[in-house]
Design a protein around this ligand. Sequence first.
Ligand code: FDP
Length: 335
Amino acid sequence: MRPTTLTRFLLEKQREPNSTCPPELRLLIETVARACKAINHAIAKGALGDVLGSLDSENVQGEVQKKLDVLANELLVDANEWGGHLAGMASEEMETIHPIPNRYPRGEYLLVYDPIDGSSNVDVNLSVGTIFSVLRAPEACAGREVREEDFLQPGTAQVAAGYAIYGPQTLLVLTIGSGVYEFTLDRELGAWIMTDGPMQIPSGNCEIAINMARRPQWAPEVVTFIDDRLTSGKGPCGRDYNMRWTASMVADVHRILKRGGVFLYPADHRTPGKARLRLLYEANPMSFLVEQAGGASIDGAGRIMEVTPVGLHQRVGLILGDKEQVAELRGAVPA
Ligand code: FDP
């Protein structure tokens, strides 16, 4: 049987009755996928391409920017600016939104992304990724330039989300609201070939992803949850859990999609409002994928995708993965 390429998958989705993939969205996803190939190429060059290490600059969150953070951001801007499918973009590496310049046609979508997730891994040759989320530009911005408030939509408004993971293989994992599909980059052909989907998170896996060094910041409910699983044999498995932490959410979430388990980066319970992961371009797209694969995603108090954003770079606590395991913490942990 002929392999299904990303292009064919999207075209077939476009032709379905009541399609969730109009031509502009197809073009947008293909453009993001093309930019991810360029990012993959740059990452694979490593020291030979002079892309490792940090710059002197910091991003809006006060984090030192890696060369690859900036390069990947530019690759995504350059690829998506001129196609006519977007009204604007926002990214972890840009302080404010990037409206499509007047010299190009404007489309009806908004793209938000984290160009390199897990960037501390780049210099030590471990997996990193690119996360993206697609929203519809509100009708109110027709005829005017997009504004930051146009991007402040809950995760439930996403029309597509996905990530590329640059690991032993380069993969693109995508949802357009009807299941989750994995495509592997065939480097010789330059094509994304479907290799899994619709994906379902396997239930009952006894693996947890959490940064234990943050334990002093966890709410007591999280401490009990983790202790029960790691040392007392409590929890659905009836034996002690295993732990994995790659410091790249893309890699940790990918493992959960394939193998099951839970991922936690809870908010700091001592400092209200303090958390690590960003709502619009990290938590929301990952939550959309996880829910589409039969899992659940909460900030502790409730469903992540129902959080109303108040800022472009807003952070949230995040607990996602196996539905039954996430359910134990729903409502128990302060957001
Ligand atoms: P990074 O800032 O290195 O790009 O985006 C946040 C994130 O990566 C996640 O990918 C990752 O899970 C987390 O930070 C790593 O946090 P720790 O430094 O606490 O391990």
